[in-house]
Design a binder for this molecule. Structure first.
Ligand SMILES: C[S@@+](CC[C@H](N)C(=O)[O-])C[C@H]1O[C@@H](n2cnc3c(N)ncnc32)[C@H](O)[C@@H]1O
Length: 260
């Protein structure tokens, strides 16, 4: 089932939490003088127009990035704000970066990027939006299968981002199994998994499974989306990390994860 379209949610509070955290992690990882492979199993379109009918329909960005820009709660040199500003200057003020562009902007030229996207239309948009970017490989492929096929990558030092759409309830179980498979194939990989907090409470078994797996440098952070104006099925979201580099958790607690 591929009916999810991120255009409805781009730049919303959940994206601010996820992308703010990702930017902090990438900014930290790029300080090491060793090339890196960035891999995403569920890449989306890479770039979003917040004036599109889909974004206008939900107005999620008003509660997310637009609120953040007005309130100026993050320091101007925060890597997330820097990527957002870069994209607004380059593509126009209504544009917002997806995680592929955040990675492209925060990584170095010698780093490699692999992006998997299964939806044919979204894959075409991703190709167009990342066109000409150096060392950026775009795969029209099932991310669960494609990521495992790439491991261990070259360069071996890697960050793997797993951001499924959780369209079916079984995807929580699949995501948990996937993180353990990645870790088994590549024990040093830094992994970041996003998950929603729904009123239906599908996430606790996923969190328990990973928390009980004795994964190295494991961390879990969640945010409640208190600024949404209508009661929603999704009341918050979370991130789980494996091999989170030393010092990043403190930075996330300081600025990256709690943007409001
Ligand atoms: C939440 S969106 C990704 C958003 C993106 N990571 C970002 O933050 O900008 C999830 C994406 O995964 C795609 N998708 C769903 N199932 C997939 C699968 N098995 N393999 C690859 N892509 C998939 C969807 O089409 C959708 O574009």
């Amino acid at each position: 089932m591929l009916s999810y379209q991120h255009d409805y949610h781009a730049g919303g509070p959940a994206d601010v939490f996820k992308h703010g955290s990702l930017a902090v992690l990438l900014a930290h990882m790029r300080t090491k003088n060793k090339p890196l492979t960035y891999i995403e199993s569920h890449a989306g379109a890479g770039l979003y127009d917040l004036s599109s009918p889909m974004a206008e329909k939900t107005k999620e960005a008003q509660q997310g990035i637009q609120r953040l820009l007005i309130q100026s709660t993050l320091p101007a040199n925060h890597p997330y704000l820097q990527t957002v500003e870069h994209i607004r200057k380059r593509f126009g003020p209504n544009h917002y970066p997806g995680s592929p562009w955040i990675a492209r902007l925060l990584l170095k030229d010698e780093d490699s990027i692999h992006l998997m996207e299964q939806h044919p239309g979204t894959y075409a948009s991703l190709r167009k939006n990342m066109r000409g970017e150096k060392k950026c490989h775009i795969h029209h492929r099932d991310g669960y299968e494609g990521v495992l096929a790439l491991l261990p990558p070259t360069p071996r030092r890697c960050l793997i981002v797993v951001d499924p759409s959780y369209e079916v309830k079984t995807e929580y179980e699949q995501a948990g199994r996937f993180i353990l498979q990645i870790h088994r194939k590549c024990p040093t990989a830094v992994i970041m998994l996003w998950y929603p907090l729904l009123k239906d409470q599908f996430h606790p078994p996923l969190c328990q499974k990973l928390q009980q797996a004795n994964l190295p440098k494991f961390a879990r952070r969640e945010v409640l989306l208190t600024h949404t104006e209508t009661p929603r099925r999704m009341y918050g979201c979370g991130l789980m990390f494996v091999n989170l580099p030393y010092g990043v958790e403190e930075t996330l607690a300081g600025t990256g994860c709690q943007p409001f």
